[in-house]
Design a protein around this ligand. Structure first.
Ligand code: ADP
Length: 580
């Protein structure tokens, strides 16, 4: 929490001016009941005897003026508070976003995307709430309590004792209940994570859910997650709210006590009616301030639970460290995997069995292309993730251009690649922007990429051509059109290494072949790595890897594999046989 507050302290001057005005406003407010007592007990009786209304008008006017001044100062300070909280939280959100963007694949997996989303939204929002509250009532409430008590004591010390006697009870209630709050709000956030996860899955899978008539089932799943969130929220809020009735009760009991004791004191001549009226006002102000202190605690409970979750991300150490030059380098090979094994789980517990990739070695020369074929789950995408260093290999080393991938700054390494993945996203932006992707690529290169990816014709067929606004997630594009858009995106930067991850699965054979031919002709400088389940997509590659359950069971050219790899031959027989 301390570190969250640092974000607020950046705006020192504004905080100081805000607090100063707040304090001034509160002090002015504190004097109003005192003036009221003076009017009732001194000014009004004197008007009765002297018939001079001037003092009454003056004191009354002063009271109205002070009330207005207090209101304005409070408003000014609150606006300032809203501004500083907003700015502080904006910086915090930016920092968290940057951190999340730099997490390794492993870290993203372990937090989970939904949890990262809710940390970035609702957790940051809770911190925002707390920033607001401490500025609005953080100083005001304590000041009203102490100032109110001091003025009350000067007005009537005996009555003040009545008030002081009730305060510790209220404090005690507020304190014990709020201490229970923090763990409960952590639980609330966890169930929000779960709910966000279900929402994400449902919304992104809405078509298949409808197609399979699974709405009922999914609705049940969502309701479960939603109910859990509501239950936890209610529990936390219930515990926190339990303090409310107790405080109201003490407030009302206290008021009754003041009226009774006050009546006796007026009758015995020890006090005056105006004093008692002012006193009742102070009493209400003070106990209300105690209740708002409770609000600070509630907000603090939420915010500190949220801050812990935010800093769990902020503090996660970058596990993709860039190392100094290493001894073993290769020369000339553009890409080399040397005895690479990998597990997504904990490396210390990984047996050879559990490895998703097992002892993979291969090389791709600068002028060569590589195809990877294998069943779903055989580890094809994982090879690409390691090559682009989303994860580090558990065993073995990977080289790009003769340098270990661990020696590259991540930016430098990833700039070499242009990749089209299956689960890429179409953004709600123009087609042009979707291809250039903020990379400042001249239009002629974008057009060239679209032509090679066989996307040019369908783009020109859309309203506005390259300026056509795609809908969110590209819902107005067919699967094949999206794939061609992703291939254009990968090509547009003329990458050194082009990666196509199952990115032509929705294309017909003819278009697929045309894409490959055009890439070979127009992007001859790029080393192509193509992952596919279709043999026709890889058979023309210079080298082909056949993967089965993380193992390389074949490596060579199409003809060689037809000779010596049985699985490859079987795939060819089923896929090409039906073509022939
Ligand atoms: P392919 O691309 O051949 O379909 P993948 O490389 O995606 O295969 O997956 C290989 C194996 O690793 C699969 O068993 C898959 O379930 C597992 N896997 C993939 N991604 C993750 C991940 N982020 N966390 C845990 N396991 C994963």
């Amino acid at each position: 929490m301390k570190r969250a507050i640092k974000y607020l302290l950046v705006y020192k001057e504004r905080l100081i001016s805000g607090y100063t005005v707040k304090i001034l406003g509160t002090v002015v407010e504190l004097f109003i009941p005192w003036i009221m007592a003076k009017i009732l007990d001194e000014v009004v009786p004197s008007v009765k005897t002297t018939k001079n209304y001037m003092p009454l008008a003056l004191w009354g006017g002063l009271m109205v003026l002070l009330a207005l001044a207090a209101r304005f100062m409070n408003m000014f300070a609150n606006r300032r508070a809203a501004w500083t909280s907003k700015e502080a939280v904006k910086t915090l959100r930016d920092d968290l976003f940057k951190k999340i963007m730099n997490l390794s694949g492993k870290q993203t997996d372990s937090f989970g995307i939904p949890s990262l989303v809710s940390r970035l939204t609702s957790d940051v929002y809770n911190i925002h709430g707390f920033f607001n509250v401490i500025q609005r009532i953080g100083v005001r409430a304590p000041l009203i309590i102490t100032g109110g008590l001091i003025i009350s004591a000067t007005l009537d010390p005996v009555l003040t004792l009545t008030l002081v006697a009730t305060l510790p009870f209220v404090f005690l209630i507020v304190f014990t209940i709020s201490r229970k709050g923090v763990p409960l709000y952590t639980k609330v956030q966890t169930s929000v994570d779960e709910m966000v996860r279900v929402i994400r899955e449902d919304i992104s899978g809405i078509r298949v859910i409808k197609a399979l008539s699974k709405e009922q089932f999914e609705r049940g799943r969502f309701q479960g997650a939603n109910d859990d969130t509501v239950k936890n929220e209610l529990h936390a809020a219930g515990v926190m709210a339990a303090s409310g009735p107790f405080i109201s009760l003490s407030l009302n009991l206290g008021l009754v006590l003041v009226v009774i004791v006050g009546a006796y004191r007026i009758n015995s001549g020890a006090s005056l009616p105006g004093v008692i009226v002012a006193f009742l006002t102070y009493f209400t102000m003070i106990l209300n301030a105690v209740i708002t202190v409770n609000r600070i605690f509630i907000n603090y409970s939420k915010a500190s639970a949220s801050a812990d979750r935010v800093w769990a991300v902020m503090d996660s150490e970058n596990d993709l460290k860039v190392t100094a030059e290493m001894k073993h380098s290769t020369n000339g090979h553009r890409i080399e995997f040397r005895n690479v094994s990998f597990t997504y789980g904990d490396p210390s517990e990984a047996t050879d069995e559990k490895m998703v990739l097992k002892n993979i070695s291969f090389t791709v020369e600068p002028d060569e292309s590589l195809g990877i074929i294998g069943a779903t789950g055989s580890g094809k995408t994982t090879i690409l993730s390691l090559l682009m260093r989303y994860y580090d290999a558990t065993k073995g080393e990977i080289y790009v251009d003769g340098r270990n991938v661990k020696e590259y700054e991540l930016d430098e390494l990833r700039r070499k690649f242009g990749a089209a993945f299956q689960n890429d996203v179409v953004f709600a932006d123009t087609i042009e922007e979707n291809i250039s992707f903020g990379r400042d690529i001249p239009h002629r290169d974008i057009e060239k990429a679209a032509k090679a990816a066989q996307a040019y014709d369908f783009i020109m067929g859309k309203d506005g051509g390259f300026e056509h606004e795609a809908t969110i997630k590209g819902s107005d594009l067919s699967g094949g059109q999206k794939q061609r858009l992703f291939i254009s995106r990968a090509l547009a930067g003329s990458p050194e290494i082009l990666i196509l991850d199952d990115s032509s699965s929705a294309l017909d054979y003819k278009t697929d072949a045309e894409v490959r031919k055009a890439i070979n002709a127009d992007y001859a400088g790029s080393t192509m790595i193509s992952v596919a389940q279709r043999i026709s997509s890889v058979m023309k590659m210079d080298k082909i890897i056949v993967l089965d359950d993380g193992k390389m069971i074949g490596y060579g050219k199409h003809d060689e594999l037809m000779e010596n790899c049985e699985v490859y031959r079987e795939i060819a027989a089923t896929q090409l046989g039906s073509l022939a």
